[in-house]
Write a protein that binds this ligand. Structure first.
Ligand code: NI
Length: 226
């Protein structure tokens, strides 16, 4: 399941974030890749302990915690502190799959990467290429969103970043360990949640709503691990 979250940050906010970010020292992205995926990875990243990156990451997570679609689509249990990358002309990241478990630098905590997130931080007209291509059960999906928009996709999927041929792609990326490990189960729960919200605003029959909410919570109880 792919979920797009629009306007997490305004264009003005993103411009300011990008200005601060691009001023930081950047390192070769191969430093955080596994041996196999490092071969196809050509980009730069902020070091995981970069203070500016850590602060901006907290801001992103704060914003997400107020976002209803994120909360009900990802059902977050733990979130890996957001990282930042940039791809200039000629840079790309070939098809790969993310590590299933990521240790958080400096703490003894690990995150199972059930859901992957990319927050686009550059205007899509300012660069060519750089699409995030995700293989799912329906084939390949190509994602290139306006600055300030975020996409969630299953951590289990094979994906790549197309070569940038002009300009620069800047993004934040991170992973979510969900209360519900399986993408198909999260997808059903989100569908049901959205329908219940809609019925609530339409002032549907109370007894039916109660029944449906009961089903939602009892499925969540069955499928979640806390
Ligand atoms: Ni990846």
């Amino acid at each position: 399941m792919l979920i797009e979250i629009a306007d997490l940050f305004s264009p003005q906010e993103v411009t300011e974030m990008r200005r601060v970010l691009l001023d930081q020292p950047w390192v070769d992205g191969k430093q955080t890749a596994g041996v196999r995926s490092a071969r196809g990875k050509f980009n730069r990243q902020l070091a995981e302990d970069n203070e500016v990156g850590l602060l901006l990451g907290q801001r992103i997570l704060q914003r997400l915690s107020d976002n209803a679609l994120f909360m009900s689509g990802a059902l977050p249990k733990r979130i890996y502190p957001p990282l930042f990358n940039r791809y200039s002309a000629g840079e790309s990241f070939g098809f790969h799959i993310d590590n299933a478990i990521r240790g958080i630098k400096g703490v003894r905590e690990r995150v199972r990467t059930d859901v992957s997130a990319t927050l686009f931080l550059a205007d899509p007209h300012s660069y060519d290429g750089g699409e995030l291509v995700i293989r799912d059960t329906f084939g390949e999906r190509s994602v290139k969103l306006p600055a300030g928009h975020l996409v969630l996709y299953p951590g289990s999927s094979v994906h790549k970043v197309n070569p940038v041929t002009r300009g620069e792609r800047v993004a934040s990326f991170f992973w979510i360990e969900s209360l519900v490990r399986e993408d198909s189960q999260r997808s059903l729960l989100l569908d049901m949640d959205v329908a219940i919200q809609r019925l609530t605003t339409q002032q549907a029959d109370d007894e039916s709503l109660l029944q449906l909410s009961g089903v939602y919570h009892n499925l969540l109880r069955r499928w979640s691990d806390v």
